[in-house]
Each structure stands twice: as C-alpha cells, then as structure tokens.
Design a protein around this ligand. Structure first.
Ligand SMILES: [Zn+2]
Length: 211
C-alpha cells in the first residue's frame, strides 16, 4: 500500500500496526521505455449543421529510454490517415521493445570497485534491510545490458523486474493535455479497431489513464 493511498480514518490505534511502510519495492526498478506524444488537428467545418470536427493532421512521438542506444528517438508524421499511422507506430515500437526486454543476458564481470562495494555492503540497496542467512546478498544486474546494478536482498531481486500490463511490458505513453483532448482521438479510433481498452479513472492521485 502506498502512503498516499492511506486516509486518516484508516490509521490504526496507537501502538497497533501504526507504522506506514513503503512495500512496493518493484517500483524502484525504472521503467525502461517511456513515450511522450502529441497530436495536431485542423478544424473541419460543416455548413450543413454548423458543426466543427477536429481532424488529426499529424503527430509527434518521442521515445525516452534508460538504454542509451534507444534513447531520444523522435518520430514525426504529417499527412493522411494519422490515426492509422500512429497505431502502426505504436505496434512497431511495442514489438521492438518486447524483443529488447525479453533478452536475458548474463551478468558482465564486476569491476574491481564494484566487487569491493558489493563485498562490504551489509544492507540491501533497495529495501535497506540487513542481509541475513535467509535473506542473502545478491548481485542485481540488467538483463538487457548485462551490467551490474547493485547489491540487493533475495526478496528484492525477485521483485526488481520490468513491470507488465495485461501480460505485456508496461510502456507509459504521456500525451500533452491527454484527458481533455488526445485521449478522445485515440479512444474513438481504438473503439473502431475493436481493441480492448482498460481505463484507470481519475483517482486520489489525480491520475487518469487507459491501456
Ligand atoms: Zn531488499
């Protein structure tokens, strides 16, 4: 349970379970890919009923990644069938990301400094709990690059993985003014494609999302 989701009326009596703890240690594992996107539209007026349609004229998407070689990839499109182009772009990126994150490369040998730091560490770099005979010290490494990340306990090592959403890798995509504008274009289009849409309504953290 995150601290922000606890309300005053749920806090226990003094002395009984009254310590708030952060437990979702898998959130320490950075999201490896994020997309920032925005649509542009032109207004199409109808003389018949005086209505105005917002018709997409293009989009721009910026891929940001923790992996240097995949970081800051810009994709811009302007022309016809914008939503089809966006859908194709997202599908291609999804497949590309899946291939990258499905790698399971062995750990690269630690440098001398890394070996020393690992050896003298007495607490987990993530949950800060002390290493014990039953909660071993482990070498946490990136399965894509093979690079050593740090010392973690056995429990954290099992949790620190790429997050998934509907059995696919979780890749957040942020839109400028999404809830008020871009999401209308996307959801209408996905509805036509008969895609399954999962919606996260506006919550206490003022976050709105769909996937
Ligand atoms: Zn730990």
């Amino acid at each position: 349970m995150s601290a922000t989701s606890i309300t005053a009326d749920k806090i226990s009596d003094s002395g009984k379970d009254d310590v708030l703890k952060f437990t979702k240690f898998y959130y320490h594992f950075p999201v490896p890919f994020v997309i920032y996107a925005d649509f542009e539209c032109f207004l199409e007026k109808s003389d018949a009923d005086h209505s105005v349609m917002h018709v997409p004229s293009g989009f721009c998407a910026l891929m940001v990644s923790i992996f240097e070689e995949h970081d800051y990839k810009l994709h811009c499109y302007s022309g016809k069938n914008v939503m089809d182009e966006f859908y194709n772009y997202m599908n291609q990126e999804e497949q590309r990301i899946r291939t990258i994150l499905n790698q399971n490369n062995a750990m690269i040998e630690l440098t001398e400094d890394q070996n020393i730091c690992h050896k003298i560490a007495t607490v987990c770099g993530t949950c800060k709990k002390e290493f014990t005979a039953i909660n071993f010290k482990m070498r946490h490494h990136c399965h894509v690059t093979g690079r050593y990340i740090g010392q973690v306990c056995q429990s954290c090592n099992l949790q620190l993985k790429c997050r998934t959403w509907n059995n696919e890798f979780f890749v957040p995509c942020f839109f400028h003014n999404s809830s008020a504008y871009d999401s209308h274009l996307i959801i209408k289009y996905l509805h036509k494609k008969e895609s399954k849409i999962t919606v996260t309504p506006s919550n206490t953290e003022q976050s709105i999302g769909f996937g």
